[in-house]
Design a protein around this ligand. Structure first.
Ligand code: CU
Length: 138
């Protein structure tokens, strides 16, 4: 009885912590025929300070976060290392700006298909939070 109560409290607090991370406008661009790289976009907000440590999905060999800047008239992409998000500073991934870069598509994708991307976050106290977000192929 006591153990059940303890487990209940433990799991409720985990569920609560995860609910503080909210995603919106999550989509992945349909890759062009013959191209096995594409980009993904979303806005992720959190009530607490977090860093994105890793993103993965079984349909892709590798997923990175990139920044995009115009440098001397040329669009330049850089890998973002552990990008941060927190209260009043959501992680905004949008076309022409920061984005998810998805490399090595291992399965054919379809328009309208939903893909689950797993995000691993680190909090300031070193805790790890894993959250699965649904992205639509557009
Ligand atoms: Cu990129």
């Amino acid at each position: 009885m006591k153990l059940n109560l303890l487990l209940f409290i433990l799991f409720s607090s985990i569920a609560f912590a995860e609910d503080n991370i909210i995603i919106s406008k999550a989509f992945i661009k349909m890759p062009r025929p013959g191209v096995d790289v594409t980009a993904g976009f979303a806005t992720i907000s959190s009530d607490t300070d977090l860093k994105v440590m890793n993103v993965f999905n079984k349909n892709f060999k590798n997923i990175e976060l990139h920044s995009m800047k115009m440098v001397n008239g040329v669009m330049e992409m850089r890998k973002l290392i552990e990008p941060k998000l927190g209260p009043n500073s959501p992680l905004v991934l949008s076309p022409g700006s920061d984005h998810l870069m998805l490399f090595g598509i291992t399965k054919d994708l379809k328009y309208g298909q939903e893909l689950d991307l797993t995000f691993v976050f680190n909090s300031n106290d070193g805790g790890e939070i894993t959250k699965v977000f649904e992205f639509t192929i557009k």
